[in-house]
Design a protein. Structure first.
Length: 497
């Protein structure tokens, strides 16, 4: 009876031991699964750390703002009131729900070639809040400005043509002869003899001098009068700008020669005073070398911006006018007409600037470009474009592109919009940066999933530890029962032996 009870107990313990082994195996498999889950969670977190997002920057990447539909397609500080069109692979402009109703007014079917001009005032007034009257007035003023500007440009070309026809050019000597005529009242000494001559001849005589006074003060006064007379005579042959340059050159030359006379500088010749007592000429007088003086005067004239050219051999060529000629009269009349046109243009600019504020003008210019592009290229609606994440994905995956515009002028002088389309990452204002929002969200998700896995693993570890303890106790009990059974068996068979 005792052996039978021991046998039943042994069978019970063995069954329980096998059940514990199965549970431990199952729990071990669960831990393996949790390990795989932890690797997945870690991998997702690492991927999030490496995720990129497109951002907009106006300072070379020092700081960023979101690459949103508004920052590209609405006037503002981010795009500096210049539209950056979002376009699809067909080149059509992507419009959101706000722009769609206006795009339908321009091109009902979204095709290119829409009519912007006919709905311009209505659309601009609606979208900006500026009255239609102000918009029309500004447009009329702009048209007048363009017409006047065209007239100014045409007159400038005509003035340039007539100026080239009326302008005379020649060497320094020819310039002096033209401006100062055939005679000159300044007394001079050449080779010990006094005589009268032209300034051109005096200039070409390397040793010719002008005789001034016997004292410094009168000499300065006489020299000043002679140079000012030259400035007065030359004004009849030069344009207003060149004449102003020549008068400045005269002032500089007078100042320099006052210093030369005071210091007996070499610009006066060998000395500023001569003593040709043997012939009685200019004894004790201050004198100046004419060639050196006029050379400096002409150099100062060039420095002040006087009109000169080169004859191809490196020689300086001077330019002047015969103001009594028919060519010059025609040029002068057209020049006066040009000045009047410029004055009219300036007046129109002032009037135009008073119609719209700078902010209103920037807004209108922005929408003019945007809706002109919609008319030119066509459009496609996408309400999801307002979602930053969606738009970012579309731009990163090159499903959408960035198109910029620039105003160009054709051969006929007509303005038109030139388009340049490229992937977003090639835009100079767009940068690919780490997605901090995605990283923060991934960190929260990682910590949460990690805590769940750790909690499950802790419960499994506790359960396995308890089962292993129970398993060890069962093994001890089985070992004791087998010992008793073996002892009983030996004792029983020993009796019958």
């Amino acid at each position: 009876m005792g052996m039978a009870a021991s046998q039943v107990r042994l069978l019970q313990l063995t069954g329980r031991k096998n059940d514990i082994g199965y549970q431990l195996q199952n729990l071990s498999l669960q831990k393996t699964a949790l390990s795989r889950d932890m690797k997945r969670v870690t991998r997702n977190y690492q991927n999030a750390l490496n995720s990129k997002v497109l951002k907009w920057s106006n300072n070379g990447g020092a700081s960023y703002v979101d690459l949103s539909y508004a920052n590209l397609m609405r006037p503002g500080s981010a795009n500096k009131n210049k539209p950056y069109l979002i376009t699809n692979s067909s080149g059509k402009v992507v419009v959101d729900s706000k722009y769609q109703k206006y795009a339908e007014m321009i091109s009902p079917d979204g095709k290119s070639g829409g009519d912007w001009d006919s709905v311009r005032t209505e659309v601009l007034s609606s979208i900006t809040g500026i009255s239609a009257e102000k918009i029309d007035s500004a447009a009329s003023a702009e048209t007048n400005l363009d017409t006047t500007a065209d007239n100014v440009n045409a007159l400038m070309k005509e003035v340039d043509r007539l100026q080239a026809k009326a302008e005379i050019s020649g060497t320094e000597t020819e310039f002096l002869e033209a401006c100062f005529g055939s005679s000159w009242n300044g007394a001079h000494v050449s080779n010990g003899a006094t005589s009268a001559s032209t300034i051109a001849n005096d200039y070409n005589g390397a040793s010719t001098v002008w005789i001034l006074g016997t004292d410094l003060s009168s000499s300065k006064s006489q020299l000043k009068g002679m140079i000012e007379t030259m400035g007065s005579r030359v004004s009849a042959f030069l344009s207003d700008e060149d004449n102003e340059a020549f008068q400045r050159a005269c002032e500089t030359t007078i100042s320099n020669y006052n210093t030369y006379l005071e210091t007996s500088g070499e610009q006066c010749g060998a000395t500023c005073q001569t003593s040709w007592d043997t012939d009685g000429y200019a004894a004790g007088h201050y004198v100046v070398n004419i060639n050196l003086l006029i050379t400096e005067l002409l150099r100062n004239y060039r420095t002040e911006g006087g009109t000169t050219d080169s004859n191809g051999r490196g020689d300086t060529v001077y330019c002047w006018y015969d103001k009594n000629s028919a060519e010059y009269q025609e040029y002068a009349e057209k020049l006066a007409e040009l000045e009047a046109a410029k004055e009219e243009y300036g007046s129109l600019v002032d009037s135009s600037n008073q119609i719209l504020t700078a902010e209103e003008e920037n807004s209108i210019n922005f929408y003019d470009q945007l809706f002109s592009a919609i008319a030119d290229k066509g459009w496609v609606a996408d309400s999801q474009a307002e979602d930053n994440d969606y738009l970012n994905n579309m731009l990163q995956n090159n499903q959408y592109y960035i198109t910029t515009m620039s105003s160009e002028v054709d051969e006929d002088g007509e303005e038109y919009l030139d388009y340049a389309t490229d992937i977003a990452s090639n835009c100079s204002n767009i940068f690919s940066v780490n997605d901090s929002d995605a990283q923060n969200e991934a960190l929260v998700q990682y910590e949460y999933e990690k805590s769940v896995i750790n909690e499950k693993e802790a419960r499994i570890d506790t359960r396995m530890e308890n089962l292993q303890t129970e398993q060890s106790a069962i093994n001890e009990m089985i070992k004791g029962i087998e010992t008793v059974k073996n002892d009983n068996t030996e004792r029983t068979f020993g009796i019958f032996a």
